[in-house]
Ligand binder design. Structure first.
Ligand code: FRU
Length: 507
């Protein structure tokens, strides 16, 4: 433990020796050392990745499947890549689980444990894991038909190691609608049925089934609700309690039409009776205001712990970000809950506690006060900044992460404007896309007495959690050198306690 005080208006530079936190280089497989390769976020060994799929917990393992093109670093014929984890932090890569077949390539979907063997695809003694996914038939699409997306299932009776496609596929035919995909299935105990939330154009259709094989249309949701700037994709529907009351949350990804351009995930808080989702919500609400958290959903079969993971990219530039050998990472796993901000119900996202075990042994503690505080140090992958005294209602605070190349990422919290701004435009490496050079913002009416910022930074991403997950911003960035220095400035004086450490590599 180390403690340092920086007094008012004195600019204090402290250069700390690099804490020995990195895993010894030779132990890592070389492909996990590429430039920009995240060290504690999930990435595929090689090739292209987009949405997380089929997230299900079973017998001590969290399964993560993902949209995968193994033969290229750009989007193409979709497979389901596969990995498992016991803690959602460390991952073991497994062989590809689902490959394209004559019905099409394998788009996004979900997986469930069919505990009672309702499908008959396993036995009650050995219940099957069932994956429900979208077939995308590109050949049929070329013929001009609109029926090229259908829903299929596959099952495994050996802990997800081998998957067999169901002979009666597709289990849900297309009624003639171009965008008809991304089934998220869960068991609805009150009606004793499986419920499928399906993205259909810019709405969500709900279907029900007694056995995962036969599906009946129940209702549509979305007309005159939420954002409609693009197609709706990758829904998720689940209950969460607030003050003892059960409410239902519907996640809906949308592309384009996000609050800061391109892809983003909106959510609705309401009620679900087994047939229809209803909400009184007037505003459009976003799960994450950053540009790079898309298509995220939650794990099934862990209903008491709603854990979310998203794809850390944006369709505006996902195919052309400057990585080699592999493309895209997932966000860190986040625990979702319902809370109230200013008397209004909101979805709260907190980093999973398990990441704390992955921090390097040394955590540095600082207390700073003043208007300008420069902290120059080599350890900053995890930073918690707790503003100890009341923040003034006209205060603005700027946190800058920078390096000796003058590359910098700025986070500004403006209490008067009730706004958070994340500016990555000062990082030179955005030439691959005009859309990447963005200044992102989020409306935020902070609690003025209690401002806490937690930053998770990896080789090419930043995830910012404000006031224990009331506001979240996730963004990619590509710098020549690590942003290993931090500076905090404000128009008024402040006192803050800072905790700071690095992550050990998970690879
Ligand atoms: C979302 C998405 C899904 C689709 C998948 C295809 O990012 O467009 O709607 O199933 O990606 O890879």
């Amino acid at each position: 433990m180390y403690s340092q005080k920086i007094s008012t208006l004195i600019i204090f530079f402290a250069i700390l020796s690099c804490v020995d936190v990195k895993q010894s280089e030779e132990k890592k497989p070389s492909k996990f050392q590429e430039k920009y390769r995240p060290q504690y976020h999930f990435t595929p060994p090689s090739g292209w990745m987009n949405d997380p799929n089929g997230m299900v917990y079973y017998e001590g393992e969290y399964h993560l499947f993902y949209q995968h093109n193994p033969d290229s670093t750009v989007w193409g014929p979709m497979h389901w890549g596969h990995a498992v984890s016991s803690d959602l932090v460390h991952w073991e890569h497994l062989p590809i689980a689902l490959k394209p077949d004559s019905l099409g390539t394998i788009f996004s979907g979900s997986a469930v444990l069919d505990q009672k063997n309702t499908s008959g695809l396993g036995s009650e003694k050995n219940p099957p894991l069932v994956a429900i996914y979208t077939y995308h038939n590109a050949k049929m699409e070329k013929t001009g038909s609109n029926k090229f997306q259908t829903q299929g299932i596959a099952f495994s009776t050996d802990k997800g190691r081998n998957w067999q496609k169901y002979k009666g596929n597709p289990v849900l035919e297309n009624p003639g609608i171009k965008d008809f995909r991304d089934p998220k299935v869960s068991w609805h105990e009150p009606s004793k049925k499986w419920i499928m939330a399906l993205a259909v154009k810019d709405k969500i259709s709900f279907y029900s089934s007694p056995n995962l094989l036969d599906w009946t249309f129940e209702s549509d949701f979305g007309k005159n609700k939420g954002a409609h700037g693009g197609v709706w994709e990758c829904p998720d529907l689940f209950p969460l309690k607030i003050n003892g009351q059960e409410m239902w949350v519907l996640l809906v990804s949308i592309n384009p039409g996000g609050p800061n351009g391109g892809s983003a995930t909106q959510y609705f808080i309401g009620d679900f009776d087994g047939k229809t989702f209803t909400t009184q919500q007037e505003e459009t609400l976003w799960l994450d205001y950053g540009t790079d958290n898309y298509a995220g959903v939650t794990w099934s079969n862990v209903e008491d712990n709603r854990v979310f993971m998203g794809w850390m990219s944006n369709w505006d530039y996902a195919n052309i970000v400057p990585t080699e050998n592999w493309r895209s990472a997932m966000t860190i796993a986040r625990k979702l809950s319902l809370g109230e901000i200013d008397g209004k119900k909101r979805l709260i996202s907190k980093p999973l506690q398990n990441y704390q075990n992955q921090l390097a042994a040394k955590t540095l503690n600082w207390e700073i006060e003043g208007q300008n505080a420069f902290l120059i140090r080599q350890v900053n992958e995890w930073t918690e900044i707790d503003f100890k005294k009341d923040i003034d209602e006209n205060q603005s605070i700027e946190i800058e992460l920078f390096n000796e190349n003058e590359e910098s990422l700025k986070l500004e919290l403006d209490l008067a404007k009730e706004e958070i701004v994340l500016d990555r435009s000062l990082i030179e490496n955005h030439s691959f896309s005009e859309k990447f050079k963005s200044v992102q913002s989020a409306p935020a009416n902070f609690k003025k007495q209690n401002l806490k910022i937690v930053i998770y930074k990896d080789a090419s991403s930043i995830e910012i959690f404000i006031n224990d997950g009331e506001w979240v911003m996730t963004a990619l960035y590509f710098t020549e050198k690590d942003l290993n220095k931090m500076k905090i400035t404000s128009n008024k004086s402040f006192t803050a306690e800072i905790k700071n450490s690095n992550f050990k590599s998970i690879w």
